[in-house]
Design a binder for this molecule. Structure first.
Ligand code: LIP
Length: 275
C-alpha cells in the first residue's frame, strides 16, 4: 500500500457543490497533493525516528498553511481555528473555519494509508459545511446543513442495523499520558461481548465519516479537539445519525467526548458503554 496511492485530483462531475463547499473541496484537494508527495517520502525516512517525526510535523504545518492560504483568499473575513496555528477571530465574527490538516498523524508517520484532511465551516457556533478527504483512498466526504451527506458525489446514510450483536463499532484508545485509558478499557470490556466487533483505525475524522457512510454502526472517543470532529459530526447528522457526548447529552465540544451512531441503536449504545 506504500508508494503513491491513486489520487483522482479531478472533482467528481456528479458533485454539485455550493460556493462555500467548492472553496473547501478545492482547498482540501490542493493540500492533498502535497501530503501525498510527503507520504511517499515517509517510508524513506523510517530509518531515523527523529527524522520521520520532524518531517511529518513539517508536512502537517505545510498542509495547514496551504489550506489556510486558499480559504483566506476565498473568504478573507472568516475566523480560523486550526490544529497547527493560533486561533484568529475574523472581521466576520459569526463565521470561522475549523481545520485539521492531517488527522491520523500517527498512521501517516508509520506509512499507514489511513489519514484525512478535515475542514469545517462554522456559522454562529454551528457547523454548516464539512469536508473530510481521505487522499490515500480518494474518498471525499462532504455535507452541508440540510443537504445530506455525500461521498464522491453519491448520497450516504448511516446504517440501519438495530441489534447490537450485528453492529461494528470504532473507538480511539487513549495513548501517552492520557489518563482515560481505564475508562475506555472498561467500555471495551462491556461492549465487545455484545457486538460484532470494535475497530481502532486512528483517525477520528474518518471514523465519523465511516459512521455517516454506514460502514461503522457507531463510534465513541474521549478528549478529542474541535478540529478532529467538527466536520465529521456534521457528516453523521446529515447522514441521519445521532451525535452526543458519552452520556447521550449535548456537551460534545465542551467535553471533547464524542459518541455517534445510527439513531436506532443510540440509546442502547450509550447504555452498554456505561454497563
Ligand atoms: C488523532 C485522532 C485519533 C485520536 C488521537 C488524535 P491527530 O488526531 O484522529 O482518532 O485517537 O488522539 O487526536 O492528532 O492525528 O490529528
Amino acid at each position: 500500500m506504500r508508494g503513491s496511492p491513486a489520487l483522482n485530483l479531478v472533482d467528481n462531475p456528479m458533485a454539485n457543490y455550493t460556493a462555500n463547499l467548492n472553496v473547501m473541496v478545492k482547498a482540501a484537494r490542493n493540500a492533498a497533493r502535497g501530503l501525498i508527495r510527503d507520504f511517499g517520502e515517509v517510508e524513506n525516512l523510517q530509518v531515523s525516528i527523529k527524522g520521520v517525526s520532524d518531517f511529518v510535523s513539517n508536512a502537517d504545518v505545510k498542509a495547514e498553511e496551504r489550506i489556510r492560504a486558499d480559504l483566506t483568499y476565498a473568504r478573507p473575513a472568516y475566523g480560523w481555528l486550526g490544529e497547527e496555528s493560533e486561533e484568529v477571530i475574523g472581521d466576520d465574527e459569526t463565521r470561522r473555519w475549523i481545520v485539521d490538516p492531517l488527522d491520523g498523524t500517527t498512521n501517516f508517520l508509520h506509512g499507514l494509508p489511513h489519514w484525512a484532511i478535515s475542514i469545517a465551516m462554522e456559522h454562529k457556533g454551528e457547523v454548516v459545511a464539512a469536508v473530510v478527504l481521505d487522499p490515500a483512498k480518494d474518498e471525499m466526504f462532504t455535507a452541508e446543513k440540510g443537504q445530506g451527506a455525500w461521498m464522491n458525489g453519491r448520497r450516504i446514510r448511516v446504517s440501519a442495523r438495530r441489534d447490537l450483536s450485528e453492529c461494528i463499532f470504532a473507538t480511539g484508545v487513549p495513548f501517552g499520558s492520557k489518563k482515560t485509558l481505564p475508562d475506555t478499557m472498561n467500555e471495551l470490556m462491556r461492549l465487545m461481548p455484545v457486538c460484532a466487533g470494535v475497530r481502532r483505525f486512528g483517525s477520528a475524522a474518518l471514523d465519523l465519516a465511516y459512521v455517516a457512510a454506514g460502514r461503522y454502526d457507531g463510534y465513541w472517543e474521549r478528549e478529542l479537539s474541535p478540529w478532529d470532529v467538527a466536520a465529521g459530526l456534521l457528516l453523521v447528522r446529515e447522514a441521519g445519525g445521532l451525535v452526543s457526548d458519552l452520556d447521550g447529552g449535548r456537551n460534545v465540544f465542551s467535553t471533547g467526548d464524542v459518541l455517534a451512531s445510527n439513531p436506532d441503536i443510540h440509546a442502547k449504545f450509550v447504555k452498554s458503554l456505561k454497563g
